[in-house]
Write a protein that binds this ligand. Structure first.
Ligand SMILES: NC(=O)C1=CN([C@@H]2O[C@H](COP(=O)(O)OP(=O)(O)OC[C@H]3O[C@@H](n4cnc5c(N)ncnc54)[C@H](O)[C@@H]3O)[C@@H](O)[C@H]2O)C=CC1
Ligand SMILES: O=C([O-])CC(=O)C(=O)O
Length: 258
């Protein structure tokens, strides 16, 4: 069963069987909402500029989930995913209910975009053109492993909307896509592999607790975290270049809960 984050603080029988909670709550990039947090109202807003508003929204929902739903899989969409996933992790940890194999940051939109860009060039069907996207869900941290170029699809949507919003509808599509994959895996379907932002050992040596890479989903959530495989040297360099900012985003989320 899929529930919206809104339902999480209303304990009732309907919540008893909840297995999957999707958290899309919070403000999107929109200069009208958060321009006061920017140096200049006309400057480009990043996902990190949403932190002040979204951190407490996500924290409240995570705390409510911890109180009311015993063993949920939690899928976080609210930006910045790089910080909101750590916020959920630490909140559940404090409540004693954290299971890292059941917490996911949804980075599926990065995959959808990369597949769409690649199939546009190759003349293929985007649904049959999977691309592994690694790193995090913001700016230089979105590294699709096919072009050796970082991906700014989300920033381009924000620019095209001239600061009046972000990719709401394609986010809904990406969330549905990821949620369906997880539900199929929970029901026992094998070999479901997709990129997602999870607690990961891949960059633990660099002090980075969460990372997006190809993850095999299983009946209990994360079944196996794939390593970066045969990525090219330029792609590897892009990943290394993204790590300092990703580390900062993650630490900011963790510090918020501490
Ligand atoms: N991970 C991803 O790929 C993507 C993430 N996003 C992020 O998703 C979030 C939502 O974006 P949109 O749906 O476009 O925004 P929206 O403004 O259309 O919807 C946000 C919803 O959050 C609700 N909300 C606000 N405060 C709340 C609270 N305290 N408790 C519960 N609900 C609350 C609002 O009522 C509204 O329904 C934003 O943070 C955005 O940056 C957006 C696109 C893609
Ligand atoms: O860019 C944004 O603000 C929303 C988002 O995460 C995306 O479209 O990838």
């Amino acid at each position: 069963m899929v529930a919206n984050g809104y339902a999480a603080d209303k304990p009732n029988e309907a919540l008893q069987g909840v297995e999957v909670v999707v958290i899309p709550a919070g403000v999107p990039r929109n200069l009208r909402y958060v321009s006061s947090s920017l140096d200049s109202p006309s400057s480009q807003m990043t996902r990190d500029d949403l932190f002040n508003t979204n951190a407490s929204i996500v924290y409240d929902l995570a705390a409510a989930i911890a109180r009311n739903i015993p063993k949920p899989h939690i899928l976080v969409i609210s930006n910045s995913v790089n910080s909101t996933v750590p916020i959920v992790a630490r909140t559940l940890e404090k409540a004693g209910t954290y299971d890292p194999t059941r917490l996911f940051g949804i980075t599926t939109l990065d995959v959808v975009r990369a597949s769409s860009f690649l199939s546009g060039i190759a003349g293929t069907d985007p649904a049959q053109t999977p691309v592994t996207v690694v790193g995090g869900h913001s700016g230089v941290m979105i590294v699709p492993c096919f072009l050796s170029l970082p991906q700014y699809g989300g920033d381009e949507v924000v620019q095209a909307k001239d600061g009046a919003g972000s990719a709401t509808l394609s986010m809904a599509y990406a969330a549905a896509k990821f949620t369906n994959l997880l539900l199929r895996a929970l029901k026992g379907e094998a070999r479901i592999v997709t990129p997602t932002f999870v607690k990961s050992p891949l960059c633990a040596a660099q002090g980075i607790e969460f990372f997006s890479s190809a993850v095999e989903l299983g009946p209990n959530g994360v079944a196996k975290i794939h390593d970066l495989g045969n990525i090219t040297t330029p792609e590897q360099e892009l990943v290394y270049a993204a790590l300092p900012e990703l580390k900062k985003n993650i630490e900011k989320g963790l510090a918020f809960v501490q």
